[in-house]
Design a protein around this ligand. Structure first.
Ligand code: ASP
Ligand code: MG
Length: 422
């Protein structure tokens, strides 16, 4: 029998009414003959509520002991929604059982609040499936080697679902969410944005890392590694729509390039506002500079994105990079206090109001001049490019935040993304 994994986001699980709807939808798939594993998020707002309570009690002093309790706390959100879904299914006459991450178990490393899944024991789940039960597995959590509850980072239920689908070799993992698929760009910025029927896994990876909030990036990495067919679709369609129609809706993330029907050169425009630029000025240009600057930043567990080292003049250069805006103040402090003095650089300056805009498409591999066209469009709009970075299938520019929407609209139009199959 074919196994399918469904994942439902917090909005889809947001009330008993909605949970009942999820149960009815899952019931439809069960009656169509599928084995089903369902991975729910916590009811919408619940994770924030729980974490808020912790913060009320301890606004400061956030150490490992605190992180351990945060995970124990936050994991309850998914435990509650999972049990409620099992109850709703049973009420529909469908045998069902829910398991918390540690009960499966889903084994992770020990990095509280951002743990990584290491392995999943599928025996228990398989036995239930064989016995004809729908198995609900809590999203967002696992258990570390010492038996502590861990969570996978915000949005982590996507990753749980994909990991469970990989472990059980499910035919497909369907991510039901409050948007009906992956769009050429955010429709709130460009109303003409179009839903993609398919997107390649590599493009999705770039879009997810570039600020498209549809899927947690780790879930896309996981899907790529284990080749899990993944579909993003709406949970707001009526639960009783035709199952064949439902199974083909949304956006399929594919691995076969020839399955990638819409052969556009550029498939989407991604953007990220939450960025900040930092420049270390007057750095002596000698081996080990990048390591001394970025090593210190990495040791503080801060992600660095675009990096630029300028040409040196008289043995002195400037070194710039971007980080998450939330890390900006910390990085400036760190550089001022410990790195600059050691390095003999002259100063650190920064700009927390920048953003990154990227064009993404596997067609860029086989077409030249795409980046040049992007730069032309931006120059025609009078937008100054501060930094550029490229990969085989994307070109990103760092620009002033105030031009973000203008840039995205202009690029969407220039690359004719509003037209199907463009
Ligand atoms: N409930 C968790 C969060 O809000 C995990 C998830 O929804 O994916 O981040
Ligand atoms: Mg989510």
């Amino acid at each position: 029998m074919t196994l399918i994994v469904h994942k439902y986001g917090g909005t889809s699980m947001g009330s008993t009414e909605r949970i009942r709807n999820v149960a009815k939808r899952v019931g439809k798939w069960v009656r169509a003959g599928y084995h089903m594993v369902v991975v729910p998020s916590a009811m919408s707002g619940e994770t924030n509520r729980l974490l808020g309570l912790a913060k009320e009690l301890a606004p400061q002093h956030h150490n490992d002991a605190y992180a351990r309790e945060l995970d124990a706390l936050a994991a309850t959100g998914e435990q509650a929604s999972s049990a409620l879904l099992a109850i709703a299914l049973q009420a529909e006459g469908i045998p069902s059982v829910s398991y918390a991450g540690w009960q499966v178990p889903i084994r992770t490393d020990m990095a509280y609040t951002k743990a990584r899944i290491e392995s999943i024991d599928d025996a228990r789940v398989r036995a239930d499936l064989q016995a004809g039960r729908v198995v609900i597995v809590t999203g967002f959590q696992g258990v570390d080697p010492q038996g502590n509850i861990t969570t996978l980072g915000r949005g982590g239920s996507d990753t749980s679902a994909v990991a469970v689908a990989a472990a059980l070799k499910a035919q497909e993992c369907l991510i039901y969410t409050d948007v009906d698929g992956v769009y050429t760009t955010d429709p709130r910025v460009v109303p003409e944005a179009r839903r993609l029927k398919t997107v390649s896994f590599e493009e999705m990876l770039e879009m997810a890392s570039m600020g498209s909030k549809v899927l947690q990036i780790r879930s896309v990495e996981f899907a790529g590694k284990y080749r899990v067919p993944l579909r993003v679709l709406s949970s707001f369609t009526p639960w009783d729509i035709d199952i064949t129609q439902e199974a083909q809706s949304g956006t399929l993330i594919t691995f076969e390039e020839d399955e990638h029907m819409e052969q556009a050169v550029v498939s989407g425009i991604a953007f990220n506002r939450d960025e900040a630029k930092i420049s270390v000025l007057g750095v002596p240009d000698r081996p080990g500079i990048a390591y001394q600057i970025l090593g210190a930043v990495a040791d503080a567990n801060i992600d660095v994105d675009v990096i630029i080292q300028n040409l040196s003049k008289d043995g002195i250069t400037d070194f710039s990079f971007t980080v998450n805006r939330g890390d900006y103040a910390r990085v400036i402090d760190l550089l001022k206090n410990s790195v600059i003095p050691k390095l003999g650089a002259s100063d650190v300056v920064g700009d927390p109001k920048i953003c990154k805009v990227s064009i993404v498409g596997i067609g860029m591999r086989s077409h030249v001049g795409i980046a040049a066209k992007m730069f032309k469009v931006l120059s025609e709009e009078g937008i100054n490019i501060q930094m550029i970075s490229t990969s085989e299938i994307k070109t990103s520019v760092v620009i002033d935040e105030k031009y973000m929407e203008l840039a995205v609209r202009a690029l969407h139009k220039a690359f004719e993304l509003e037209q199907a199959g463009a």
